[in-house]
Structures are given as C-alpha cells and as structure tokens.
Write a new protein. Structure first.
Length: 115
C-alpha cells in the first residue's frame, strides 16, 4: 500500500514540474517580442523587453528578501548577545555577593536558655 502512494506522489510531483516547465516555456515564447518602457528615474525611462524587466524585477525581489531576512537575523543576534552579557553580569554579581558573604564571620550559636 505504501508503494502505491509513493508512486502516486512521485507522479504528481513530475506532473507539476512538467506543467511549471511548460508555463515557463510559453511565457518566454509569448513575451520575447513584447517591449516595455521601464521608469528608472524622473524624466528618464528605458525601452526593454518584458522578459528582461521581469528577470530584473524577480532578482530585485530576491535580493530585497535576502537583505530583509539578514537584517532581522542580525537584530535578533544583537539582542541575544545583549541578553547573554546581561545574564553573565548578573551571574558575576551573584558570585561576588556569595564570595563576600562567605568571608563574613558566621554568628555564634545563640545559647539555649533553660526555662
């Protein structure tokens, strides 16, 4: 029974990959001659193909996503380092307090009164 489901799952994956490849091929075929005006900065635009504009838009999105993710990771790491250093400082203070407390002379035991 497990082999049947595995074969079905593999067939589904192959079919989806083939459909995606077909879509990409059709996208390239239908858009290779289309041109677009892309705005770059005020009063200037460039005429390029839709495929080139799409490729650069995709790459810009990927790079932007990587930069945002890296920024959040860095901020989290900075916060972790600050928390760790705060924890170590508190730990040192507690150890110092224990060391000072151990240097104090212990109180002599109170004499027991017989009543």
């Amino acid at each position: 029974m497990g082999k049947i489901w595995l074969r079905i799952w593999i067939t589904i994956k192959i079919t989806l990959f083939a459909l995606l490849a077909l879509y990409i091929l059709l996208f390239v075929i239908f858009n290779h001659d289309n041109h677009a005006d892309v705005w770059t900065y005020p009063s200037h635009s460039i005429k390029t193909s839709v495929l080139t504009a799409t490729l650069f838009a995709f790459l810009a999105g990927v790079i932007g996503t990587i930069l945002v993710r890296t920024t959040f990771k860095t901020l989290r790491q900075i916060r972790d380092v600050q928390d760790r250093s705060r924890h170590e400082k508190l730990q040192r203070e507690v150890e110092d307090m224990k060391a000072k407390a151990s240097m104090l002379r212990p109180k002599p035991p109170a004499p027991e009164s017989d009543e």
